[in-house]
Design a binder for this molecule. Structure first.
Ligand SMILES: NC(=O)c1ccc[n+]([C@@H]2O[C@H](COP(=O)([O-])OP(=O)(O)OC[C@H]3O[C@@H](n4cnc5c(N)ncnc54)[C@H](O)[C@@H]3O)[C@@H](O)[C@H]2O)c1
Length: 436
């Protein structure tokens, strides 16, 4: 099939590369000239395991093409995916400006019958708005499809190639058969394609992210309570996660959720509810709990260093909102760093891949260390924010001899509390008894 993917960010680039991998001819279009120039030279603008070889291989084979000419990519295609950003508007609702701008271009540029797929995360009713916008100038029939994307940054290629399920909201048999054919290579192991109406597909994406965010905020509250009552959240997590009705995933407490999706999608769903005269009370609490949790590591540092926090230096390990990505959108590390700087502390930071992005955001207000151990030099405490694998088994002797004081605030519960006490650290983690 001839496919256009408009918006070549985390989602669009992965979708385009994976669809090319199964033999389609794909045009990835974006208004960002620098990004497209780089991609033509196989320069991948994001850190995503496995994506570079996929892009290089398919570009070399002529199946994957990059362009800034959005209209031209649409003219060539049977299917167009809209994968542009939907950032939060001032009131928390999803800003649909980019989506509707693409819809207008589709209407003006299409040269044949098309399936128009909304891949961006968009509120219920958006596909209808896109259809209305396209139909103002369309000269050919078109069919709408809502195809929310569930990939996780850091495992995006695998998630797309081997999805748990594919959700397709369609409004015609034509859209249904075209999309079923397109996705057939990705569901050969029997994973389901779930067809539904368009509004339900749009809602499914928000409900999925809202549920995951809810689990995180729920566990963070349980963890905070564990600290007060002398329980250990790691054991509680295993105890409840083994219940098949609950399951073990997404029960890890931490410094709060971040990233490009959960914060904005929770906000947008809360806004959708309010606009329709309803109120999602659970979800509003999820957001408040998360906002508070992002300050938790700072509070623990305040407790550990007391009045000496002002004028101290804190080493921060991990800046990305989670491991295996360089994405720092809404990252808890940013909240911690701002809190520390406001309190008059100095910050020396390390991250295996997101330091260029962190430098862009934080400039010279923070020192960036070449290695995680370099960040410890002259530091009064170490705060661990992202659970990168390389932080899991560090040289504790080296940490202790380099830090000015043996204080570690661990936002990811990476180490055993008994072992840390034995090694002589003042070790504070999340929700583990005696570790407040
Ligand atoms: N990042 C994720 O993990 C993830 C997962 C699932 C769904 N989503 C959703 O997918 C959508 C895209 O997210 P992302 O993280 O890839 O965003 P992103 O910001 O990384 O990329 C968006 C791209 O769209 C381009 N763009 C904007 N307006 C354009 C236009 N008019 N024409 C052509 N290109 C245009 C931008 O230049 C940018 O490259 C969002 O709605 C997001 O919520 C994201």
């Amino acid at each position: 099939m001839q496919i256009s993917v408009v918006g070549t960010g985390y989602v669009g680039l992965v979708v385009g590369a994976c669809l090319a991998e199964t033999g389609n001819t794909v045009w990835c279009a974006d208004v960002d000239q620098k990004k497209i120039d780089g991609l033509k030279q196989n320069v991948i603008p994001i850190y995503e395991p496995g994506l570079d070889s996929l892009v290089e291989r398919n570009q070399k084979a002529g199946r994957l093409n990059f362009t800034t000419d959005v209209a031209d990519s649409i003219r060539r295609s049977d299917v167009v995916f809209i994968a542009v950003g939907t950032p939060p508007d001032e009131d928390g609702s999803a800003d649909l400006r980019h989506v509707l701008a693409v819809a207008e271009t589709i209407g003006k540029s299409m040269k044949r019958e098309m399936v128009i797929v909304t891949k961006s995360t968009v509120p219920v009713g958006t596909a209808a708005k896109v259809a209305e916008c396209v139909s103002r100038s369309a000269q050919h029939p078109f069919h709408m499809c809502s195809n929310p994307e569930f990939l996780k940054e850091g495992a995006a290629v695998d998630d797309f190639m081997y999805p748990d399920r594919v959700v397709l909201g369609v409004d015609s048999d034509h859209a249904r058969s075209v999309m079923a054919e397109l996705y057939a290579p990705f569901v050969r192991t029997g994973k389901p394609i779930i067809f539904m109406d368009i509004a339900s597909a749009e809602m499914t994406k928000y409900a999925a992210n809202a549920m995951l965010a809810t689990r995180i905020s729920f566990m963070n509250e349980v963890a905070n309570l564990c600290e007060r009552v002398g329980a250990n959240v790691d054991l509680v997590r295993k105890g409840i996660g083994s219940d098949s009705r609950i399951g073990p995933a997404f029960l890890f407490p931490g410094p709060g959720y971040g990233g490009s999706c959960f914060p904005k999608d929770v906000k947008a769903l809360v806004r959708t509810a309010r606009d329709s005269g309803a109120c999602l009370r659970v979800l509003e609490a999820v957001e408040t709990v998360n906002d508070d949790q992002k300050h938790r590591l700072f509070q623990k540092l305040q407790q550990a260093l007391g009045s000496e926090l002002r004028g101290s230096k804190v080493a921060v390990w991990g800046l990305a909102f989670k491991p295996n990505t360089d994405d720092m959108r809404e990252a808890p590390a940013l909240t911690l760093i701002e809190d520390l700087l406001n309190a008059g502390a100095e910050v020396a930071a390390h991250d295996p891949v997101s330091m260029p992005e962190a430098k862009r955001r934080l400039g010279d207000r923070v020192t960036f260390a070449e290695t995680n151990y370099d960040a410890l030099t002259g530091a009064d405490a170490l705060a661990i924010v992202t659970d990168w694998n390389e932080y899991r088994h560090p040289d504790f002797g080296r940490i202790k001899s380099t830090l000015r004081r043996p204080v570690i605030i661990d936002g990811r519960n990476l180490y055993a509390t008994a072992k840390m006490a034995e090694l002589g650290f003042k070790y504070h983690s999340i929700g583990r008894s005696g570790a407040a």
